[in-house]
Design a protein around this ligand. Structure first.
Ligand SMILES: NC(=O)C1=CN([C@@H]2O[C@H](COP(=O)(O)OP(=O)(O)OC[C@H]3O[C@@H](n4cnc5c(N)ncnc54)[C@H](OP(=O)(O)O)[C@@H]3O)[C@@H](O)[C@H]2O)C=CC1
Ligand SMILES: O=C(O)C1=N[C@H](C(=O)O)C[C@H](O)C1
Length: 249
């Protein structure tokens, strides 16, 4: 069985990964709070990650934490020579560069969304935006009230797909006198309750509206996808990988 370490083990996704790990074994977790164990998994401070990766003979790290914590553990993975799956969202340019640097030393797979449905949605978005090339575009996402980054990593990835097809300028919310420009895309983030993750792209012509949407109903879908990615990543060459590499394999 693949021996997995979970970064952000005390969090919502950390718990979901432990629960989803049936074909792999979570042997240790990382978090900053003073907790000894989560569901029997020992918790270690990220500052001691290099030693823990060696002591627990970890095959691969699965990360759902915060950007700074993900970067600390990525650099520990480089030191210990352990592959890493990065699910954390909200990195700035410097953080993304540090992950790219790490991927020159270890296999590193980063995805803003580990559901298979979002993989398909991205392909549909590409086709729809390329075909309906003069339709207005508006992008919406909705998440639980504890989410700290906005817009979601998934919405940013969908925006990247759109911008590969069309030269649009994102406008993050609107207020006051804000007439719509032809080349803009409105991007909206809503936060409420325990909504797991909803994304919708609206393409509107004058006489019709196409809506492409996805709704995650359980965090288990992300956890299972990340664990599939983790198993797939073990034994690969150093480099930058994406979830599409796993799903299309
Ligand atoms: N790619 C995908 O498919 C998905 C990505 N996500 C992303 O995963 C991330 C986590 O989400 P979620 O579990 O809901 O968030 P939570 O806030 O529930 O969990 C975050 C975890 O990170 C830990 N943490 C905080 N600081 C550090 C640090 N310096 N080093 C290591 N761990 C740290 C926290 O524990 P403590 O305070 O004890 O350190 C906590 O366990 C978010 O960025 C979210 O967007 C979420 C779902 C799916
Ligand atoms: O924080 C979350 O919950 C989620 N985060 C990811 C994102 O930012 O896109 C993926 C998913 O939507 C759930």
């Amino acid at each position: 069985m693949t021996r997995v370490a979970v970064n952000g083990v005390t969090g919502q996704m950390g718990g979901a990964v432990i629960e989803a790990a049936t074909d792999s074994e979570v042997v240790v977790g990382f978090a900053t709070s003073d907790v000894d164990a989560v569901d029997g998994v020992p918790v270690v401070h990220p500052a001691e990650a290099v030693e823990a990766l060696q002591e627990y003979d970890v095959d691969v790290v699965v990360d759902f934490a915060v950007p700074e914590g993900a970067l600390t553990v990525a650099e520990a993975c480089v030191e210990a020579g352990v592959p890493m799956v990065v699910g954390t969202t909200g990195f700035d340019e410097d953080g993304l560069t540090r992950l790219q640097d790490a991927s020159e030393e270890i296999p590193l797979l980063k995805a803003t969304n580990f559901s298979q449905g979002i993989q398909v949605l991205q392909r549909l978005v590409s086709e729809a935006v390329g075909t309906l090339d003069d339709y207005d575009l508006e992008l919406m996402e909705t998440h639980h009230n504890r989410k700290v980054d906005a817009p979601s990593g998934t919405a940013s990835s969908i925006l990247d797909v759109i911008q590969d097809e069309r030269d649009v300028e994102p406008v993050y919310g609107r207020e006051g006198h804000a007439p719509r420009e032809d080349d803009e895309i409105g991007v909206f983030a809503r936060r409420a309750g325990d909504i797991r993750g909803e994304h919708e792209l609206v393409l509107a012509g004058n006489d019709e509206v196409l809506s492409l949407s996805h709704r995650a109903e359980d965090r288990g879908v992300f956890a299972a996808g990340a664990l599939d990615a983790a198993t797939w990543l073990v034994g690969r060459d150093a480099g930058w990988y994406e979830f599409g590499d796993v799903v299309d394999a």
